[in-house]
Design a protein around this ligand. Sequence first.
Ligand code: DAH
Length: 341
Amino acid sequence: MSSAEDLQRIEREALAAIAAATTPEEIEAARVAHTGRKSPLARMLAGIGSLPPEQRGPVGKAGNAARQAIEHALEERTSAVQADALASRLAKERVDITLPGDRRKVGALHPIMQVRREIEDIFLGMGYAIADGPEVETEYHNFSALNTPEGHPARSMSDTLYVDGEHRTALRPQTSPVQVRVMERQEPPIFAIAPGAVYRRDDVDATHSPMFHQLEGLAIDEGLGMADLIGTLEYFVARFFDRSLESRLESRIQPHFFTFTEPSIELHVRWTDKRGRSTWLELLGAGVVDPNVIEGAGHDPERWTGFAFGMGLDRIAMVRHGVPDLRLMYENDLRFLEQFA
Ligand code: DAH
């Protein structure tokens, strides 16, 4: 067989193998087999030196032409296979951008937390800072420092959830101990609020729960008194319940008694109870801070006076949303909670 015929056969076989390759791996195998060092073409070119001199030139030329044709075919086949692969991926991973997207369910704050944040904002706007205190609180901060004497009914086992046998620590029954903690660590003037959970051995009914939320307020400065307290509460009620003067939520202030304030008051608002009756609901207790409390926390009660209040956040949320039963707030029924999302 002549060298020219050999070359033609070599080229033909190489091109056929390349044309048959359908993956990058198969193309690579064809490249090694037909242009590699052990390929028929390489062997043929290596043998040129032993040909008669007059054949070396033409055979070398033809050999190089065959190599170029094979390499060209490899390149073409490579791009064709890549294009096929891309096309089939595009077909397989096709996305219909006209379909509606996957909606992600977004959580929302609990209605009590929403109300808490809103009230915090109102008091932050009046220059109050937010303070914090422990939920497991000492007997001293829960009662003694708040001028609540031993033997006072508020201390009794039937009201307070003690966490030790000696009654030295209890789940705080009110946020008022935070008042004391703030006064202990800060010099007046003090304008602070302290929101958080409180615990009592209350029976559960439509307006009571053994765990609920309060927001305590404390203002201590020179010359502060009952008028400042009432002005602050009226401003708060108007801002929070967002009523015009004509249709303002009906509220009233009544005298009351707390051991840590003198005089003391309660703020009530008009609301409609479970049975559809319009009644008064207590939203907060307040008063002018008793001098004993100020003195006990290390400040001169002749110079520093002020007021304090403790509001029930759960009840405020009930009034805000017209929820007739407090228990709904704690049942985690999504049909209820989603209305506030
Ligand atoms: N701690 C009281 C309660 O839980 C509410 C209260 C009354 C808080 C008077 C105060 C206050 O700060 O001055 O019923």
